[in-house]
Write a protein that binds this ligand. Structure first.
Ligand code: SAH
Length: 469
């Protein structure tokens, strides 16, 4: 049997949800697989590697990559020099076409294993995953922690995977190319003003995080500085504004106050330093106003494809009432509104609901209404607040939908349910419940690669009423 520090040779057969290679340890003496699973970071499906066992559990363990003995055919050099330390792009060493195949297979497996749905049995049609032409520099949002190096330098970059050590890197190859110049200017400004980077251990220091958001369509850039104090020193604030204003595209400079000793990046209060308290961006013909605290999809190119699919699956003729549950700043609601009679968006974050209402006005849309509250609670008041839905769209966070919400939706018998998901495991669980009544069937599944180089995958699923039921 295996012991800690053993050096083993394994072939990587799969990848787990965290992007670690999965190898089945073979007993060297018998050559037989003894079913012991080893998770090995920085490996790619098809690699044969030498690895050192670092942690053992009853039926699985973790090993550290020592040497790649036979590289996988799908192995490529990482574009980013700190890809392995950073851990944000778990798949960067896998050829892009293989990344897409891996993600589609992951969704298919989850639908089978957790949802009891088989593509082969005709339970649904899986369309080819929509990938990106250029799977780099696609993110419109990045949050960079700031800290001090042991040598007193100012570090700006990313937390090393599973730690809170900051790897200095202002040139992330999935972020917007404009980020680098902004971050380097802020680094110089921190030094010039002798400002202290935040220290997580002691809770001291001033500068915590830098949040940058870019409207890909509008070219507007918003910078939000997160500090551990009620305000910046006056002189430093003036300089901060003048340094950033000189950078092309910056239209919003904000300050966020976070004096809590917590891992949460943003505090509740934002104040405007210069420009507008939001940036704007467009998906298709709809314009959105996005403030630092609002949720907004991070990959605008893919989001357009995703929302177009939601629109296609919703099959709107202009007569329908649509519910858009978990609506955020109303992105999907407004995207559908022009093709529907009425849209009702439900969202739990008050500022997002405010943004959604503003966004409706900004686009001259008067048939969309937004309701603040938990989707599972708001829909039970159906009838008094919102009329019967023909189409229900849900776009929940990773944990998926509340079972009570799904049961309420089923009891209302909408014609179509369009499920937008960022976690195919909870999607599959929810599909199982939804198809359980026999009144709705899963029809189409379309995956989107919104997180190129990372392990996550987005899906849009259409369910519709079974005729005669
Ligand atoms: N459809 C939007 C937002 C999706 S993210 C878009 O594409 O931009 C999921 C959203 O669900 C977040 O805005 C989150 O605040 C919200 N949310 C989380 N739990 C909720 C709940 N129980 N009820 C309603 N909204 C919820």
């Amino acid at each position: 049997m295996l012991s800690k520090n053993d050096i083993v040779t394994v072939t990587i057969e799969d990848m787990n949800a965290d992007g670690m290679g999965v190898g089945i340890f073979q007993d060297q003496s018998t050559g037989k697989a003894c079913g012991f699973v080893l998770f090995i970071k920085d490996t790619v499906i098809g690699d044969t590697v030498e690895a050192k066992v670092v942690k053992l559990k009853k039926s699985y363990g973790y090993a550290r990559l020592q040497k790649i003995l036979v590289p996988s055919k799908s192995r490529v050099p990482a574009k980013c020099p700190v890809a392995r330390q950073c851990g944000g792009c778990q798949l960067q060493e896998m050829e892009y076409g293989e990344q897409l195949a891996f993600k589609q297979k992951k969704v298919k497996n989850n639908l089978l294993r957790l949802g009891g749905l088989s593509e082969e049995n005709g339970d649904y049609i899986m369309h080819p995953i929509a990938g990106m032409e250029n799977p780099y520099y696609y993110r419109n949002k990045a949050q960079f922690p700031v800290g001090a190096g042991t040598d007193g330098s100012v570090r700006i970059g990313f937390y090393a995977g599973r730690t809170h050590n900051i790897i200095d890197n202002t040139d992330c190859c999935i972020g917007h190319p404009a980020n680098r110049a902004i971050l380097e200017s802020i680094r110089t400004w921190i030094k010039d003003n002798a400002l202290a980077p935040y220290n997580e251990q002691s809770g001291t220091g001033l500068i915590r995080h830098i949040l940058i958001r870019t409207g890909f369509a509008t070219k507007e850039i918003g910078v939000c500085l997160v500090i551990n104090a009620p305000a910046l020193p006056q002189k430093a604030a003036t300089q901060f504004i003048s340094v950033l204003r000189s950078i092309d595209g910056i239209s919003s400079i904000m300050l966020n106050i976070n004096t809590q000793r917590t891992n949460v990046i943003l505090g509740d209060t934002c104040s405007l330093l210069w420009g507008k308290p939001y940036i704007e961006d467009c998906i298709g013909s709809i314009r959105y106003r996005i403030s630092p605290l609002s949720f907004y999809q991070v990959n605008p190119v893919q989001t357009k494809k995703m929302y177009d699919t939601v629109l296609t699956y919703a099959q709107l003729t202009g007569k329908e009432t649509v519910w858009d549950l978990y609506c955020g700043i109303g992105t999907i609601s407004l995207y559908l509104a022009k093709s529907a009679a009425r849209v009702y968006g439900v969202e739990v974050v008050p500022s997002a609901v405010e943004n959604a209402k503003e966004n409706a006005k900004l686009n001259g849309i008067s048939n969309a209404e937004f309701i603040l509250g938990k989707a599972e609670e708001v829909v039970t008041s159906f009838g008094s607040n919102i009329p019967h839905p023909d189409v229900v769209v849900v776009d929940p966070p990773r944990k998926g939908c509340d079972a009570s919400l799904l049961n309420t939706i089923l009891s209302l018998e909408p014609e179509r349910i369009v499920y937008v998901s960022c976690d195919s495991a909870t999607l599959a669980r929810d599909m199982k419940l939804l198809k359980g009544s026999g009144k709705h069937m899963v029809r189409d599944v379309q995956c989107f690669d919104n997180f190129c180089q990372g392990v996550h995958v987005e899906c849009v699923v259409l369910m519709s009423r079974v005729e005669g039921k």
